[in-house]
Design a binder for this molecule. Structure first.
Ligand code: NAI
Length: 211
């Protein structure tokens, strides 16, 4: 099946399935029915079946799904069976925090390099990775087979840096800068705005009657 046939809504639910299945696997659970998964995840069983049917249904036979098989299949769909090499652009508070989160590596996202325009940061280490000047960025990305650039720089700087990333054939940008990047369609951009999540939380508070 062509991935483009699958809705973004379905894709955006897969990481959550993956997390729950990972926990079930760690707890030694071998099989689970869509009803049980539904109760655990608080989504309807029919939603789960519909989502999984996009990928052929994952062979639910008799009693439920095989947890490990489902976990591995979702990993493949999410591309987690391959390692991805990352660079961090902007070694400030956010860049450092991301570099220090070890679980990305467990998922196959390996931070290979970090870059900043502030000379005071050159040579500093972010969990084993040395911060380098921006002048080294293109050569490093090309020579180290870097797939993903993590943009943790101010929005005024992000557009120009994104152009440089496009020019050196980066595959994907994980964009934390608060600006929409205008890049060619074959470059994957995932925008992350923690403040959007906080605004949703605020909406929830404003629209929930406390019992
Ligand atoms: P920070 O000021 O601690 O770090 C920014 C770093 O980027 C600095 O080290 C600076 O020298 C570097 N930098 C600036 N321009 C650059 C360029 N052209 N090339 C390379 N390096 C450059 O700021 P912090 O807290 O790490 O935040 C970084 C950016 O991320 C901010 O613009 C902030 O608005 C944004 N942010 C976004 C969040 C989100 O959820 N999307 C959450 C937190 C921050």
């Amino acid at each position: 099946m062509d991935d483009r046939d699958i809705s973004q809504a379905v894709i955006s639910r897969l990481p959550r399935y993956y997390r729950y299945l990972g926990d079930l696997k760690d707890d030694g659970i071998e099989r689970i029915s869509s009803q049980e998964l539904s109760e655990l995840m608080k989504v309807t069983a029919s939603q789960i079946r519909q989502d999984f049917n996009n990928f052929g249904g994952f062979g639910q036979q008799g009693y439920g799904y095989n947890v490990e098989y489902l976990y591995n299949e979702i990993a493949k769909i999410l591309g987690l069976n391959e390692k991805h090499n990352l660079v961090i652009i902007g070694a400030g508070n956010l860049g450092k925090a991301l570099a220090n989160y070890v679980n990305f590596e467990r998922r196959g996202f390996i931070i290979r390099g970090a870059f900043d325009k502030n000379p005071a940061l050159y040579g500093k280490e972010l969990r084993g990775v040395t911060v380098q000047p921006m002048d080294n960025m293109e050569k490093f990305i090309t020579e180290h087979n870097i797939d993903i650039a993590v943009l943790t720089i101010p929005k005024d700087e992000a557009v120009k840096v994104a152009e440089r990333l496009v020019a050196c054939n980066i595959k994907a940008i994980w964009n934390f800068a608060h600006v929409d990047l205008n890049v060619p369609d074959d470059i994957v951009v995932e925008n992350v705005h923690l403040s959007d999540s906080l605004m949703k939380l605020s909406y929830g508070i404003a629209n929930t009657q406390r019992r």
